[in-house]
Structure formats: structure tokens, C-alpha cells
Ligand binder design. Structure first.
Ligand code: UDP
Length: 511
């Protein structure tokens, strides 16, 4: 065992445990983030369950390979610590939210939350056996600040949202604006009334129907309240974002809300596995799609994808197909597998697809980051999940925004009104995949694509701004950039915390 003097001279690498929630939008950025910390000399472990481990393994292996082949000394590896999925009555193998369909009841969602609560026991075992220096836990594990504290270890939060969305939801949870900040003359049941989120750096207003209204969703409201309280008891929060993207909100989060934040993204720019990120197979889809894109002029194709959990009614799909046809633009469209074309295909669409040159449909998993970075890409129609939005920003691609639920309406405000890199489709209703959304007409969809991709003052400005932000995103991740420096600052702080009185812990860590 190393002596204290030896440890001071050659300290063991920082050891960080990552605890992601069971959904691609949470897992994918955590793998990239662990790879970033590992490349900077930290030993990282990701605690997850067998199916989720299979999903992330290709990306983890690729990150470890690339760390071994650098010119400097190899970095410590990223490990996956696999624990059984807690028995909450879900069918065997159903371990990721992505496997849920609208046909599964709300009860299934609840079981995933239950499973998150039951991960505490394997977490405790890991902590006792490995004694890491810090835990980066998903916000959904609200037990983890207290559990980490019992092991004498700081808990950092990672939710995978923008800082902007975190500031909005914090305002929402603290002040409940639908009830507190409206005029006495307002009709509280009027879905169309505009509700302001007070105290933010910009004027942010949403329609009441776009908000997670606590009167309609008391259980979800209570869940977020509990998570938020736990997040406030944490050491700080790690964001997949970069300072130059949303500086006013970083300042607001730190100064007005009094929360600590490190911005370490866009983590996708550090990904060593663009092709397989988040998926296990389908190399042929990637090859076919990239070959199809190769034949298209620069900036001519719109990519249409709504993340991993969003589903559309047949009537919505029909209008979307009509809109893509009417737009006259070539498109790559990701449709969730299992959607039967006979339920929604408008007249003439099958023939349009049979021509092969106008559209490429992917059923299931798409190599999204490769598509977004292809020169043929000219626009992205997105549900505004934060990973997707930031991947578009990183690739310099402007967006048509079509939010559905969670933080997506907030992200739309950031993209359209603050950053000015998007056109809103005009979605009005916050509704989960199991609920009904108002159908948006094909003409509206085609019009938004035209505004984004056409040659006009508006389109030119949006696309130029997107390219400018991409340059800033890349600079943030380079040596000396803001995100690069935040990674270093956080590691230094965690290391200093260890050496200020935790030498004995470090010694037993090696044993
Ligand atoms: N993704 C992908 N291919 C797909 C669908 C999604 O690579 O066909 C990735 C996407 O690049 C992003 C993540 O899955 O990294 C989805 O996260 P996001 O926050 O955008 O949306 P969510 O699915 O969590 O709503």
C-alpha cells in the first residue's frame, strides 16, 4: 500500500461514479461525459443494468480504445458496473424507457421511477467496495444526495437539460406561475392565456397549455419538487452545455438561484462513436443513409426526428408526410418502428417514396450525429430534446421546433427567441406520448421548412447564427475553452476536497 508521502507525490486518479437514468437521452451524454473525464485522467465507472449496459458498451469500448491510443500515457478506463434491474414487475428485458410504447399504461412509467428508487442498494454496495471521490447522479435518483453523504462523498446532479430550461423549471417550481402571476381577470381554465415566468433574464412567456400545470399533473409536479429539493442538497450540477451558448442563464443559475454549475459540453463533440452512439447494430442503415445523403447538394436536406420517446398519432403522421411532400425539400425521416404505414400514408406518398430520390425513411434508430454533420443537411425538425438541440447547435444546423412535453417547450423558447436559430411549428399542447396532441396541418409544416431552408433574409440569418454557434461550441471544448476549463476546475476541486483530510480514504481505495 502507498505511504502518505507517496500518495501526495503520485495521487491516485480521481474516481467518479456516474449513475444515469434508464433512457437514451440520459445514458448517451453520460457515456460521452465519462469519456471526457477519463481522457483528463479520472477513473470513471457507470453503474447500470444489463440491457442498458449493452446499449452503452460500444461507445464505452470505443472511448477506452481511443484513450489507449493517444500519444500521452493511456488514460484510466471507463468501467461499466452491471447490476440487476430491480424487480418492479416489468417484463424481463424491459429496462429502458425506449422500450415503452403508448400502448403501455402510465403504470409502466411509474415502475421505471420505482426501479430508480430501488437502485440504492446496489449503489451502496458499489460505494462500500470502491469508495469513489464523487458521484454524478441523474436528478431522478432523489435518494442519492443523502446516500452519497452517508458515504462521505459529494453528489453532483446531471439531468441533461439546458441551463435555460433548468432556470425556467426552477422558477416554475418555486413560484407556480399558472396560479400566482396572472391577472385577476384571467380565466384560470383558459388554455390560451399567456403565463410569464418571472425573474428570468429575458421575458419568457408560455401558453398555459404548454406548461406542466400542477393542477392537471399533481403526481409529476410532486416528483419534480422532490427531485429539485434533492438537487439543492447536492454539491452542484454538471451541464451538457457551454457558457457562450446561454451566459445570462449560467449567471442566473449561479447568482440568483445560488446553485453551483459546471458546463462541460457539448459532450457530443468529444464522442468517439458517432455511428453507434446509443445503438447496438444497424450499420447497413448508416451506410445506406450516408450514401443517399452523399448524392444531395449541400444544405438541401431536412432531417426529421423526434427523439426516443415521442410518438405521433396516425393523423399527425399523415400531415407530416403531406408537409414534407409539399415543402419540395428532400428529407430523412425517422419514424418509430412499429408504426404501420397503412394507418397514415397520404395519397401519393408511397409513390413519392418509391422514387427514392425525395426521401429516406429510417424505421428505428438513426445515426443522428452523422446525419446532422453531413454537408447535405440544411435543417432539422426536432422535438427539442436537449441532446438533439445541442447536437444541432454543434453541427451548425438550424431547426424547426416541435416540442411535446418535459423541458422541450422551454428549449424551444431558447432556440427560437433567445438564440434565434429556429422556427417554431406552433405546437400548443404539453402532452405525453399517451395523450392526444392537436394535429398540425401539412401546409403549416411545409411553410416552416420553407422559412428555415429557403433563401430569404430570415432563413439566411437563422442559418448564419447556427453556423456561428457551432464555431463557439467547438472552441468551448478545445484546450483553453470554457467547457475544457470547467472540466479541469471541477476535477481540481474534487481532488482538493480529497486531499484536505481524506488521505486515509485514498489509501484504502487502492487496497
Ligand atoms: N438518437 C439517435 N438516433 C435516433 C434517435 C435518437 O442517435 O434515432 C439520439 C440523439 O442523437 C440524442 C438522443 O438519442 O443523443 C435523444 O436525446 P434527446 O434529449 O434529444 O431526446 P429524448 O429522446 O431524450 O426525448
Amino acid at each position: 500500500m502507498a505511504t502518505r508521502d507517496e500518495q501526495r507525490q503520485h495521487p491516485l486518479p480521481l474516481h467518479i461514479l456516474f449513475l444515469p437514468f434508464f433512457a437514451p437521452g440520459h445514458l448517451i451524454p453520460v457515456v460521452d461525459m465519462a469519456a471526457i473525464f477519463s481522457a483528463r485522467g479520472a477513473r470513471c465507472a457507470i453503474l447500470t443494468t444489463p440491457v442498458n449496459a449493452d446499449i452503452i458498451r460500444p461507445a464505452v469500448d470505443r472511448a477506452n480504445d481511443s484513450n489507449c491510443h493517444g500519444t500521452d500515457a493511456p488514460s484510466p478506463a471507463v468501467d461499466i458496473s452491471v447490476v440487476p434491474f430491480p424487480d418492479v414487475g416489468l417484463p424481463p428485458g424491459m429496462e429502458n424507457l425506449m422500450s415503452l410504447t403508448p400502448a403501455h399504461g402510465a403504470d409502466y412509467n411509474f415502475k421505471f421511477i420505482q426501479a430508480a428508487q430501488l437502485l440504492r442498494e446496489p449503489f451502496d454496495r458499489f460505494m462500500t467496495a470502491n469508495r469513489p471521490d464523487a458521484v454524478v447522479s441523474d436528478s431522478f435518483f432523489s435518494w442519492s444526495p443523502d446516500a452519497a453523504a452517508e458515504h462521505g462523498v459529494p453528489r453532483l446532479v446531471f439531468l441533461g437539460s439546458s441551463v435555460f430550461a433548468r432556470c425556467c423549471s426552477e422558477t416554475m417550481l418555486r413560484t407556480n406561475p399558472p396560479e400566482t402571476t396572472t391577472n385577476p381577470d384571467d380565466d384560470p381554465d383558459d388554455d390560451a392565456r399567456l403565463v410569464s415566468l418571472p425573474g428570468l433574464p429575458h421575458r419568457v412567456q408560455l401558453r398555459q397549455s404548454q406548461m406542466m400545470d400542477p393542477r392537471k399533473r399533481p403526481a409529476m409536479w410532486a416528483f419534480h419538487k422532490e427531485n429539485d429539493a434533492a438537487d439543492q442538497r447536492s454539491f452542484g450540477e454538471v451541464f451538457n452545455s457551454f457558457h457562450e451558448l446561454e451566459p445570462d442563464y449560467v449567471e442566473h443559475f449561479r447568482t440568483t438561484l445560488g446553485r453551483r454549475a459546471w458546463l462541460v459540453g457539448p459532450v457530443v463533440l468529444a464522442s468517439k462513436d458517432m455511428a453507434k452512439r446509443g445503438s447496438t447494430d444497424k450499420a447497413h442503415v448508416t451506410d445506406d443513409c450516408l450514401r443517399w445523403l452523399d448524392a444531395k447538394p449541400a444544405g438541401s436536406v431536412v432531417y426529421v426526428s423526434f427523439g426516443t420517446f415521442t410518438s405521433f398519432l396516425p393523423a399527425e403522421l399523415r400531415e407530416l408526410a403531406r408537409g414534407l411532400d409539399l415543402s419540395g425539400k428532400d428529407f430523412v425521416w425517422v419514424i418509430s418502428s412499429g408504426t404501420d404505414g397503412s394507418e397514415w400514408m397520404p395519397e401519393g406518398f408511397a409513390e413519392l417514396m418509391a422514387r427514392g430520390d425525395r426521401g429516406f425513411i429510417i424505421r428505428g434508430w438513426a445515426p443522428q450525429t452523422l446525419i446532422l454533420n453531413h454537408p447535405a443537411l440544411g435543417g432539422f425538425m426536432t422535438h427539442c430534446g436537449w441532446n438533439s438541440a445541442l447536437e444541432a447547435v454543434s453541427a451548425g444546423v438550424a431547426m424547426v421546433t416541435w416540442p411535446r412535453y418535459a423541458d422541450q417547450f422551454y428549449n424551444e423558447k431558447l432556440i427560437v427567441e433567445v438564440l434565434r436559430v429556429g422556427v417554431s411549428i406552433g405546437a400548443k399542447d404539453y402532452a405525453s406520448p399517451r395523450e392526444t396532441h392537436a394535429v398540425i396541418g401539412g401546409e403549416v409544416i411545409a411553410g416552416c421548412i420553407g422559412r428555415l431552408m429557403g433563401s430569404s433574409e430570415e432563413g439566411d440569418a437563422l442559418r448564419k447564427k447556427a453556423k456561428d454557434l457551432s464555431v463557439k461550441a467547438r472552441s468551448a471544448m478545445e484546450k483553453g475553452g470554457s467547457s475544457y476549463d470547467d472540466v479541469g476546475r471541477l476535477m481540481d476541486e474534487l481532488m482538493a476536497r480529497r486531499s484536505s483530510g481524506e488521505v486515509t480514504r485514498a489509501a484504502s481505495f487502492e487496497a
